[in-house]
Design a protein around this ligand. Sequence first.
Ligand code: SAM
Length: 286
Amino acid sequence: MAYLANPSRTMEIVKKYDLSIQKKFGQNFLINEGIIEDIIDAAKITKDDIVLEIGPGIGTLTQYIAESAKQVICVEIDKMLMPILADTLSEYQNVEVINNDILKVNISELIGNRNNGNRVKVVANLPYYITTPIIMKLLEEETIIESITVMIQKEVADRMEEGPGSKDYGALSLAVQYYSKPEIVTKVPPSCFIPQPGVDSAVITLRRYDTPPVEVDDETYMFKLVRAAFNQRRKTLMNGLTHDSTLGLSKEKVSKALDEMGISATIRGEALSLQDFANLSNILCR
Ligand code: SAM
């Protein structure tokens, strides 16, 4: 099977199978070989690697991953794509396609059975409608993952990289930066896909830390604080935290903690760094 990463080969497959491209599954197929090569380079795939690909589509990116990796495990939600993938990937003995929703898959179990517990690399052109839940699942639940190299909406990639003070800085930035080191690899225009998405895209690599960059006594509690702080962006940190009923924090307690940290009680959540949230969490947990 010739490479699919160009408009004519992709349209050939669409016509051959009378495929109706599913917007509800975020289907935007890559047609630019240069971008695929950038993804493969950024993921640093070797012949020792097992790669998990989320949403192989018609198999365009999968072909290139299969040539660089030891094994590729793909999870695709759309069952209409199964016969197409069987065709386009028929030459690759090292690819396995699983028809399932990635949000419902126990990834550690899936991979652990195949890789003796060794860590894997995730590579994907993600469906944009569920980028954040997928990334959060990969970061929070799956220590078996070494790195994540994905195509996502450019705006979301920017949020992952931002620090305090930026309008794009928020709960996603803090979660991504707690678990991993993010690096935007390249920006990608809509013309690199069929059909073209209505937004710009970017490839980003998240390299998972063995140990997070800050020490936190209770991660779950810190992320509760983060969510409360950014829930109402315009409020002060004090109001955000004390108005969150699940935290049950009094003004006095928060005020004392901020005082101990040398931070003004009128500060907004978006001015706090990851280290500040870790310190605040550790003080409030004592
Ligand atoms: N990898 C292909 C490419 O680059 O041309 C297709 C990428 S397309 C942006 C996203 C793919 O994810 C589609 O094939 C879509 O059907 C699949 N998908 C959407 N939601 C999914 C989910 N919850 N679990 C697994 N795959 C999903």
